[in-house]
Design a binder for this molecule. Structure first.
Ligand code: SF4
Length: 449
């Protein structure tokens, strides 16, 4: 998972500051590196990249002084290629048709095969990201104008790719034909924006115009939007359902659905499927389980308490690079309020179980805080299969629900009861047809094209 942002409008310094702000709003989508590319007043492509969080990787002061009419930015979380500055995006290239910069969210599933083919024809790769394949595919289409070369390149890709690119002074955005990762268009005054999530439009006070459609290429220049298509006809769509469960911010809308509303509905459906007859109160694992817990509490007519407090300065646990750091992260991240919990039967709602370590440690500290019974309720189905499309869920062997049935997993975690949402209820909560959604990490139904 990564975050991408693009902007095009009149030449003014605030455009680069907008990218900085947009990336700040997308920080939850990647914390390993951040970067910005822009065309300066002289038409030269400029780049600023660094490792770490946006504020550490980029200089707001310098960016706010720069003038440019179009820019793109990226926050990275690696799923293909190691965490290093050579893989920080945007990537750029100068080839026979000019300069190109590109930033990508997703995972191209046939990248290795394409890379081997390109290398056999003389291509030399500078990074280990799958994104660089797009630049080389473009460069091999010497007879085509750059936009046509990009369309041809994208038509060869399989898997997940939402991209923003700078080509010939234009802002280009594209979403794969299956629609895996979100991508939205926004507008403020004469400035157009493209972002992974609508929360990044809010911060620059842009209006959410619409989503980029699956298979669409959008070219923005001089205030006009041109829409083209990637010439691939998929049998069905694969919009990532896990974006609604956990990945996206609740203040974002994806494909016409409010993430907040979906999470509330997930909790309500969970209460129907997984009641807790002797539960006295509902609490959510902060932050991504909180809205589901609220939905569960309302639907089951139980009080909702914010009885677990989260240290806001600790990042998301499952996307930290090592198991040891992940475990330390959980321990320093969450703290229960003992007096609310002691001697009571509690229903704890979490968004998902991936490795199971967060749930296990949480149940342990809730017991230490004096909970009598702990009913763990999960507002998504068991994650039994790895994601191939840009989310760093581990191999099956490291997925708790792939290695244990629900009873064994309950014992491993230490809860009194454990219950998961059903796949049908997940689909029902998002309110899109099953043929529009990817649920592969829950049911193993991968894209087979
Ligand atoms: S496998 Fe899961 S996380 Fe990956 S794209 Fe599909 S729904 Fe999203």
């Amino acid at each position: 998972m990564c975050g991408i942002f693009g902007v095009i409008g009149p030449k003014e310094p605030s455009i680069l500051e907008d990218v900085y702000l947009g990336l700040y709003a997308l920080q939850h989508r990647g914390q390993e590196s951040a970067g910005v590319a822009w065309f300066d007043e002289g038409g030269a492509l400029r780049l600023q990249k660094g490792m770490g969080l946006v504020h550490a990787a980029l200089s707001q002061e310098q960016l706010s002084k720069e003038r440019g009419s179009c820019a793109i930015g990226h926050v990275r979380y690696s799923t293909a290629g190691e965490s290093s500055i050579i893989n920080a995006q945007p990537l750029h290239a100068t080839y026979s048709k000019g300069q190109v910069a590109i930033a990508h969210n997703g995972n191209i599933t046939n990248a290795e095969m394409l890379k081997r083919d390109l290398e056999s024809r003389g291509a030399i790769f500078q990074s280990t990201t799958d994104t660089e394949v797009i630049l080389h595919l473009m460069a091999h289409e010497q007879d085509l104008p750059p936009i046509d070369a990009l369309i041809k390149a994208l038509s060869k890709l399989r898997g997940a790719f939402s991209i923003v690119a700078l080509i010939e002074g234009r802002l280009v955005a594209a979403r794969d034909p299956w629609g895996f990762r979100p991508l939205v268009i926004g507008k403020r005054d004469g400035i157009h924006y493209v972002a992974s999530e609508s929360c990044a439009l809010d911060i620059v006070k842009a209006t959410h115009v619409r989503d980029v459609n699956p298979g669409e290429i959008v070219i923005i220049e001089r205030g006009e939007i041109t829409s083209l298509s990637i010439p691939v006809k998929p049998a069905r769509r694969f919009r990532c359902s896990f974006e609604y469960v956990y990945l996206a911010r609740p203040d974002s809308d994806i494909d016409g659905r409010s993430v907040y509303d979906v999470r509330l509905k997930l909790g309500q459906n969970l209460a129907g499927t997984c009641p807790s007859p002797d539960g006295e109160m509902v609490l959510g694992m902060p932050d991504s389980g909180t809205i589901g817990a609220l939905g569960y509490a309302v639907a089951s007519d139980l009080p909702f308490e914010m009885a677990i407090v989260r240290n806001r300065y600790v990042g998301r646990t499952f996307i930290q690079p090592t198991q040891r750091v992940r475990q330390l992260g959980v321990q320093i991240k969450l703290n229960p309020i003992d007096k609310l919990i002691r001697g009571r039967n509690i229903v704890v709602v979490d968004d998902s179980i991936v490795r199971g370590t967060t749930s296990q440690l949480a149940v342990r500290f809730l017991r230490e805080a004096g909970a009598r019974k702990i009913h763990l309720r999960i507002a998504s189905p068991p994650v039994r299969f790895p994601c191939l499309y840009g989310i760093d869920t581990p191999r099956s062997a490291d997925l708790a629900a792939a290695m244990m049935d629900t009873g064994d997993l309950r014992d491993f975690i230490g809860a009194d009861t454990l219950c998961f949402l059903k796949v049908e209820d997940l689909i029902n909560s998002i309110d899109l047809p099953a043929t529009e959604l990817c649920t592969a990490c829950f049911d193993g139904k991968y894209l087979e094209e």
